[in-house]
Design a binder for this molecule. Structure first.
Ligand SMILES: *[C@@H]1O[C@H](CO)[C@@H](O)[C@H](O)[C@H]1NC(C)=O
Ligand SMILES: *[C@@H]1O[C@H](CO)[C@@H](O)[C@H](O)[C@H]1NC(C)=O
Ligand SMILES: *[C@@H]1O[C@H](CO)[C@@H](O)[C@H](O)[C@H]1NC(C)=O
Ligand SMILES: *[C@@H]1O[C@H](CO)[C@@H](O)[C@H](O)[C@H]1NC(C)=O
Ligand SMILES: *[C@@H]1O[C@H](CO)[C@@H](O)[C@H](O)[C@H]1NC(C)=O
Ligand SMILES: *[C@@H]1O[C@H](CO)[C@@H](O)[C@H](O)[C@H]1NC(C)=O
Ligand SMILES: *[C@@H]1O[C@H](CO)[C@@H](O)[C@H](O)[C@H]1NC(C)=O
Ligand SMILES: *[C@@H]1O[C@H](CO)[C@@H](O)[C@H](O)[C@H]1NC(C)=O
Length: 208
């Protein structure tokens, strides 16, 4: 098939695909189970056997956390907080498995599969500005893996401001070309070097 033919077919099926109810987003809140599968997010330190939540704080309940976002602006009113100031040389991670599955109609089935994949998004809160500080509040350094392979990173430096301000519903990571089926995504905070600060605020995972 020529490129032009492929493009024409894509233009023909694209509107149907976009309106296909099978392509809805499923949110896994940081504090809840996957509403479809019951899968749970695991929180812990890399290279440690116990993944029972160490390294992370339940953000909305945390009185010692530097970052104090407004719970009413956050999905479900909850988030998870970690920062290098708290974890030192450890690297905290949050990980979840998800089964993206597009239920495709019989016609166009093969073609759609060629063009469209399952998607995963990681949504968080970032500190967008902060007063001068020597604590880990003004930088986000977040790394992502899908199915155990390194993917993109999210790096952000807060600007200097009079007060701490936040950006909500920020897409920290997006990957849209995964095959149907079981995948996992892992978010890691910081580099393991305590002199390189990072704050990481996880709001939810979204998959299609
Ligand atoms: C799912 O959510 C992501 C992130 O907010 C967005 O970019 C995408 O367009 C959404 N997809 C659908 C099908 O709603
Ligand atoms: C997690 O496990 C570690 C090591 O066993 C333990 O020190 C810590 O108290 C546990 N944390 C929670 C929240 O259960
Ligand atoms: C955390 O806060 C929520 C309300 O946002 C509350 O329902 C829950 O009991 C708290 N959990 C802990 C462990 O304190
Ligand atoms: C972020 O998204 C949640 C869920 O959609 C919404 O309730 C909240 O108002 C949004 N926050 C902002 C600042 O847009
Ligand atoms: C940002 O934080 C680092 C340490 O976390 C600090 O060295 C630096 O001065 C801070 N920058 C500002 C503008 O506060
Ligand atoms: C930040 O600066 C204050 C005041 O100079 C100092 O007491 C504190 O130890 C510093 N904190 C860090 C993490 O360097
Ligand atoms: C994530 O996927 C990779 C590759 O399939 C696998 O090696 C790893 O065990 C999975 N991790 C979890 C937590 O399921
Ligand atoms: C953030 O600041 C550090 C140190 O000043 C710099 O090396 C890095 O490139 C900056 N990152 C971004 C995303 O601007």
């Amino acid at each position: 098939m020529s490129t032009v033919q492929i493009l024409l077919i894509f233009l023909l099926i694209a509107p149907q695909v976009l309106s296909n109810p099978a392509f809805t987003n499923i949110s896994i809140d940081d504090s809840s189970l996957d509403p479809l599968t019951g899968a749970r997010i695991t929180y812990g330190y890399l290279n440690q056997v116990t993944t029972n939540g160490t390294g992370w704080h339940v953000g909305q309940n945390c009185s010692t956390c530097l970052a104090r976002p407004d719970p009413s602006q956050v999905f479900g009113g909850t988030w998870h907080d970690t920062s290098t100031e708290v974890v030192g040389r450890q690297i905290p991670f949050a990980s979840v498995s998800f089964t993206g599955k597009h239920k495709l109609s019989k016609s166009f089935n093969a073609l759609k599969q060629q063009f469209l994949g399952v998607a995963i998004y990681v949504m968080g809160i970032i500190v967008s500005s902060a007063p001068e500080t020597n604590r880990s509040l003004n930088n986000s350094r977040i790394f992502f893996q899908v199915d155990g392979a390194d993917e993109a990173s999210f790096m952000f430096n807060a600007s200097l401001g009079n007060e701490v301000t936040y950006s909500y519903n920020t897409t920290l990571f997006a990957k849209e070309d995964l095959s149907n089926g079981l995948h996992n995504v892992t978010m890691m905070c910081g580099t393991g070097d305590p002199s390189t600060d990072s704050v990481c605020l996880l709001d939810r995972f979204i998959y299609t």
